[in-house]
Design a protein around this ligand. Structure first.
Ligand code: HEC
Ligand code: HEC
Ligand code: HEC
Ligand code: HEC
Length: 158
């Protein structure tokens, strides 16, 4: 009889773990979990209430129709304005401009898509930047190198 002591102890311990798990589940699982599937249903409502960060593809055209038309007619037609600039919400609030839109003049923006890379599909127009700029070996690339020739007159429709 004296050896059953161990059984009682382990049973008690298991019971405590079980109570802990049941209570933990009760308090930690959010109310709306499982209402419509294996997720927290209230999250949908919260996300729907958030202000959109990006605009629709033609959202800049409402106010910048000249730029939008130029771009649509040129080779950058497939590149969204927000890729080279910034998201719509950094510039527009309640249909009005409230802050300047970023203008990225760095050569790094262009290099991101046009730098010659072995892994890049051959169909993408690529340049070897040092060669294209006729840099001497070891020369640093000037920060706004590309816009010296591909300037604001044609960058939206190269
Ligand atoms: C391929 C990248 C790229 C895309 C795509 C692009 N831009 Fe630009 N944008 C630039 C760069 C670079 C400048 C700065 C030109 C300079 O200062 O010489 C600029 C300048 C501007 C300017 C201010 C200078 C000016 O010429 O009046 C406006 C406004 C502008 N962009 C609007 C737009 C809109 C609207 C779209 C989409 C329809 C768009 N951009 C798409 C790269 C881009
Ligand atoms: C509700 C109108 C409106 C929308 C939509 C809008 N803009 Fe503008 N934007 C303006 C106004 C107004 C200016 C200042 C006057 C000007 O340069 O035409 C401006 C200026 C700019 C400039 C020059 C820098 C500055 O802030 O003064 C850039 C670049 C620009 N917008 C890009 C964009 C891009 C890219 C989009 C889309 C993601 C966009 N804008 C959407 C109204 C708008
Ligand atoms: C998000 C990717 C992207 C960025 C960023 C970008 N471009 Fe482009 N660019 C393209 C695509 C796509 C084309 C069209 C290629 C085609 O259809 O032949 C293109 C076309 C061009 C062309 C015309 C090539 C030809 O065949 O004549 C020039 C020039 C050019 N880009 C210069 C620039 C410069 C300068 C910058 C930086 C201000 C820049 N691009 C930024 C994607 C990009
Ligand atoms: C000194 C003027 C000059 C500068 C600076 C310059 N370009 Fe060009 N770029 C040209 C000329 C001219 C062409 C058209 C002739 C050619 O294909 O070489 C061209 C063509 C291109 C093309 C199309 C190439 C093709 O095969 O059709 C791309 C892409 C391009 N440039 C990207 C850039 C990028 C990115 C930068 C900045 C790192 C840049 N360019 C800086 C003058 C320049």
């Amino acid at each position: 009889m004296e050896h059953t002591k161990h059984i009682w102890r382990i049973s008690l311990l298991l019971l405590l773990v079980l109570i802990g798990a049941v209570l933990g589940r009760h308090f930690l699982i959010p109310d709306s979990f499982g209402k419509a599937g294996f997720y927290r249903y209230d999250a949908l409502v919260e996300l729907m209430g958030k202000e959109p960060v990006h605009g629709a593809p033609d959202s800049c055209a409402d106010c910048h129709d000249e730029k939008a038309l130029a771009k649509a007619a040129g080779l950058h037609r497939s590149v969204q304005c927000e890729v080279c600039h910034d998201v719509l919400s950094s510039h527009i609030r309640d249909d009005d401009k409230y802050a300047d839109m970023a203008i990225n003049r760095s050569y790094k923006l262009c290099a991101y898509c046009h730098q010659k890379l072995v892994a890049r599909p051959a169909a993408m127009v690529q340049v070897d930047i040092a060669e294209h700029l006729e840099l001497a070996p070891g020369d640093a690339i000037p920060a706004e190198a590309c816009l010296e020739c591909h300037d604001s007159e044609n960058i939206h429709a190269p």
